[in-house]
Design a protein around this ligand. Structure first.
Ligand SMILES: [Zn+2]
Length: 155
């Protein structure tokens, strides 16, 4: 049994919306992911996190690139990092990458497929649709009050 999760998160990992904006945005997500025609609605979770929380793409992660030296970073390194912070989240995203030793932000690494970090997330479980179009993301951003990005996980 596996799940696909399409998540919307603010592009700024620290940013959090108010409740009203979050509810409007979740309603928009429900409109844009109405589920299958048999009337079964998809499940949408809205979450605020106390700390910076990884929103990763699960099995969809194929490669992590270093933005400084261009090397591929071992995905096991990232998996271990997430594992070690799975209970308390991240106080900071500052990290020294293993390839070239540069201090950078975990959010700045070149994830393929995309991954992110957030203190707010709208997660659409088994969305029965593909990626949101660029104009959908603009509408999400306008509704939420901050620009957003999407993460698609297979878990
Ligand atoms: Zn590097």
């Amino acid at each position: 049994m596996s799940d696909d999760v399409l998540s919307i998160i603010p592009t700024d990992p620290q940013w959090q919306p108010g409740r009203a904006a979050a509810e409007r945005t979740a309603a928009l997500a429900a409109d844009l992911a109405p589920g299958l025609s048999d009337g079964v609605k998809v499940e949408i979770d809205v979450a605020w996190y106390d700390t910076l929380t990884p929103v990763d793409c699960g099995d969809n992660l194929e490669r992590i690139g270093c933005p400084h030296c261009g090397a591929s970073i071992d995905t096991e390194w990232y998996a271990d990092l997430l594992e070690s912070h799975c209970e308390d989240g991240f106080a900071t995203l500052v990290v020294e990458v293993p390839c070239c030793g540069t201090d950078t932000s975990l959010d700045a690494l070149d994830y393929d497929w995309p991954c992110g970090f957030a203190r707010f997330e709208i997660a659409i479980w088994n969305p029965e649709r593909g990626w949101f179009a660029a104009e959908d993301l603009v509408t999400f951003g306008d509704t939420l009050g901050h620009s957003v990005k999407q993460i698609r996980a297979h878990i």
